[in-house]
Design a protein around this ligand. Structure first.
Ligand SMILES: O=C(O)CCC(=O)C(=O)O
Length: 313
């Protein structure tokens, strides 16, 4: 059966968040349990994730899928326009404000284009997520939000060291993860993402480290809140993802990236998920214009169930 037509926010402007299944633009939807099983991670990979706090070089997209997504990406690079930009939860054409340190950062583009919508449902993303969100369990997966991080050539900016969950305590408990998808080869010169192995265990009474990179300029600002022991263990590993590969990281894993000094842009698409059963911890907006009363389950139009392990049965 064909997926339902999206609701339009204005005549001719569809909001793809109203469709909770792939529309068939990026990949052939899966219809049987055997095909789902092909995307399971091995036990070794799951163990590695819990040991280090991240997994590198997971194949997610083929070069053609990356190229098609990069066409849509032009909207956010200012190369073309889109009538539904107001659906974005956030859009920063330069998050640092410094013309020598330009970071384009957006959230919510899954609502705008079919390709970004379907990426959220990609089996290569959602099946491993069901294995990695909660230790020693396989759980149903809900979408939290997406992000774009683009560093233009020559003066592309850094993303200071941080833990994602420091920004997400408005949703609880911590059972979240991030998938960072490289849309072109990442190198040390163009600002590849780095991780600190073991840093997903760095907590303060069970809470994440405080946010320190408020102005998106000071790469090393996290050092002001680390213990001497943590500073000693601060040993960055470059992810060096190839085009179409992804890294999966725990929501407390410290990560960051330096500027882009190369003569090509470095563009990434990011997916953030949480385990089904996560609760809102605020009566304020969770994302722009989106509220779920404090204490109630995160679900509904903007937080779809993207994978249920029962599909494997
Ligand atoms: O694109 C980057 O370098 C930073 C991305 C990031 O923080 C993430 O993927 O969670």
């Amino acid at each position: 059966m064909a997926p339902p037509a999206p609701v339009e926010i204005r005549p001719g402007v569809p909001d793809y968040s109203s469709v909770h299944e792939p529309v068939g633009e990026l990949f052939e939807p899966i219809s049987n349990s055997v095909d789902w099983q092909k995307h399971l991670l091995s036990k070794d990979k799951v163990d590695q994730f819990w040991r280090d706090g991240f997994l590198l070089n997971v194949p997610l997209l083929n070069p053609d899928q990356c190229d098609r997504i990069l066409e849509d990406y032009k909207i956010f690079m200012g190369e073309t326009t889109h009538p539904g930009m107001d659906m974005m939860y956030e859009y920063h054409s330069n998050q640092s404000g410094d013309p020598n340190n330009v970071l384009i950062h957006g959230l919510g583009h899954w609502r705008l284009t079919k390709l970004f919508h379907d990426l959220v449902f990609l089996p290569q993303a959602v099946v491993p997520s069901s294995q990695l969100l909660v230790k020693d369990k396989t759980v149903p997966v809900r979408f939290w939000h997406d992000q774009l991080f683009a560093k233009p050539a020559h003066h592309g900016g850094c993303v200071a060291w941080h833990q994602d969950y420091s920004y997400w305590t408005r949703t609880q408990p911590m059972q979240h993860l991030t998938i960072h998808i490289a849309l072109e080869d990442q190198t040390e010169e163009n600002g590849t993402l780095y991780y600190i192995p073991g840093s997903h265990r760095w907590t303060r009474n069970g809470n994440p480290l405080p946010v320190t990179d408020i102005d998106f300029k000071d790469m090393e600002s996290i050092m002001t809140v680390l213990t001497e022991e943590e500073k000693k263990d601060f040993k960055p590993v470059p992810s060096m993802l190839k085009k179409g590969q992804a890294s999966f990281h725990h929501a407390m894993a410290v990560h960051g990236s330096y500027g882009n000094k190369s003569d090509q842009p470095r563009r990434a698409a990011v997916l953030n998920y949480f385990a089904d059963g996560t609760i809102s911890n605020t009566d304020d907006d969770l994302l722009k214009g989106i509220k779920i009363p404090k204490g109630q389950k995160m679900e509904g139009q903007f937080f779809p169930l993207v994978y249920d392990p029962k599909s494997m049965e």
